[in-house]
Design a protein. Structure first.
Length: 362
């Protein structure tokens, strides 16, 4: 049984599960993975200006041949103050005339004046560039501030939601429900991917075993129990099919939901929390090292170019200038320059490739 849709507060229908092109997909050619997602049954595609994947989502749509009317496309604006420019750029990269849902990626992109920023979103909806408009990563304060000035309420708020942060998001979920704003949950699998041990893992494993399901499916079933829609992603066809099979599960019982809530409220294992922080610090240090290596390579090349350019100018201006004499003096220097160029280029390529490979590991 495929996933259904949920009606938005503007009357449009939102597919309950979406394939996302953020996370480790960002900044890469993901055409084949988007095509794979469409082929296995995902018809809601989520992307963003900042992900730099819109063009690949558009290419995948074109190559699959699936009619535009059968797909639901969500994208998000980039830098604040350029909302109208962003939507035109996004639909051009996607190769479509409009999107189904357009979100403000973060509150800051509405600018200091929410009324003026949101008015641009309302214009986008009014002119048909997007069927529905919404927000992402808005907390309670930001949402309340927006609702005070909005003529058209946001239809969606896309937020991080999983059992470990549910307690901190409860008031936001309640506020959204009061205004008919659908919550889309992303990073819902964090408890499994980042904190695999602990009480929550045991609860999920127990429920999964009883249902002949997987802990991953239990997480998504829990998200649905909170009235939220799902945004997820994977390069694995097997995992994508696993996600879609959640639609075949019977809803979690109140007891199952309560058990997951309680385990989530206790928080992740403290040692794993520390390890995650250490891993983040390590990744930050590695990224800084790679940027430093690239900067050193560029500086070395620029310095060498300036050095030998000065020497060449001095030689040309010499009254005893001679191409033959100049070449005899400089050929050793050019040999050194060649070695430095090759070395720094290799260094930069290594830096780029390791960062690219590491991002694909997730």
């Amino acid at each position: 049984m495929p996933f259904g849709t949920v009606k938005l507060n503007d009357g449009n229908e939102l597919p309950v599960i979406a394939f996302g092109s953020g996370s480790s997909m960002k900044f890469h050619d993901i055409t084949q993975y988007v095509k794979q997602a469409i082929d296995v049954g995902f018809h809601h595609l989520d992307t963003a200006y900042n992900y730099q994947t819109e063009q690949y989502v558009g290419l995948a749509i074109k190559e699959t041949g699936v009619p535009r009317s059968e797909l639901f496309i969500t994208t998000k604006c980039g830098e604040g103050g350029h909302i109208l420019n962003n939507i035109h750029s996004s639909i051009a990269r996607l190769g479509v005339n409009s999107v189904n849902l357009y979100l403000s990626h973060v509150p800051e992109y509405l600018g200091d004046d929410y009324a003026a920023g949101w008015a641009q979103f309302e214009l986008i909806k009014r002119t048909g560039l997007a069927s529905s408009i919404g927000v992402s990563n808005f907390g309670v304060e930001e949402m309340q501030r927006l609702l005070k000035v909005a003529n058209v309420k946001p239809a969606v708020n896309q937020i991080k939601l999983h059992p470990y942060n549910y307690e901190s998001q409860k008031s936001l979920l309640q506020l959204c429900a009061e205004h008919g704003i659908v919550v889309q949950a992303y990073s819902s699998l964090d408890p499994i991917t980042k904190y695999p041990e602990g009480a929550l893992g045991k609860i999920l494993a127990k429920s999964a075993a009883q249902r002949k399901a997987t802990p991953t499916q239990m997480i998504f079933a829990w998200v649905l129990s909170k009235g939220a829609a799902i945004v997820t992603t994977s390069r694995s066809e097997e995992h994508l099919r696993e996600y879609l099979e959640v639609a075949d599960l019977t809803p979690l019982t109140p007891a199952e939901v309560a058990a997951i809530d309680a385990a989530g409220a206790a928080g992740p294992p403290s040692d794993q929390t520390i390890m995650v922080r250490i891993d983040r610090i390590r990744r930050t240090m590695v990224a800084r090292k790679e940027r430093l290596m690239t900067a050193v390579a560029i500086a070395a090349n620029v310095g060498l170019c300036v050095y030998w350019a000065v020497k060449a100018i001095k030689a040309v201006n010499s009254p005893t200038w001679s191409w033959i004499e100049y070449w005899e003096k400089m050929q050793a220097n050019y040999a050194v320059m060649g070695v430095v160029y090759v070395s720094t280029l290799s260094l930069w390529m290594y830096s780029y490739w390791t960062s690219k490979t590491r991002s694909l590991e997730l």
